[in-house]
Design a protein. Sequence first.
Length: 155
Amino acid sequence: MNDPGESKDTIVGALTEEWLSLDGSISAILSGPGGVLFGDLAVHEHDLRGAVGAADHGALEVEVMLPRTLAGFAKPLHQAGLGAMAVRHEGRVWRSHDAEPGWTLEVTPWEATRAVNSRRTADELRQLPHGGDVEPYLAILDAHLPLPATSLSEP
């Protein structure tokens, strides 16, 4: 039980410090098979935020999430004989793997993460700003997680 003299800010500050101290332990988990769970958790967090009208595009840990998300497509893209899937935003480029991109999304990292995690229909994916041919990549995305038949109508 909390000390009655302890303020809410003190408790939140202590929790934040504790969470930050776990970064090293969590990093090892995320570098292994647990990394897949991290991406799934982040996508579902944004689903919940949107469902309650509290979308927060800035809450995504882009430097962690986007590279892991794209890397999950490296093997199926290679097996299909396709180039890398890439995301370009504000002078930065993230790739699924070390290959010439065949499809480059030119959107925010938040939008890219939603797009490649089956939160966009095939038609919505076709309409996103991009370079290259999206069509062969649709099958890879759909095999990873089935694309929705109707729009989620996210802002």
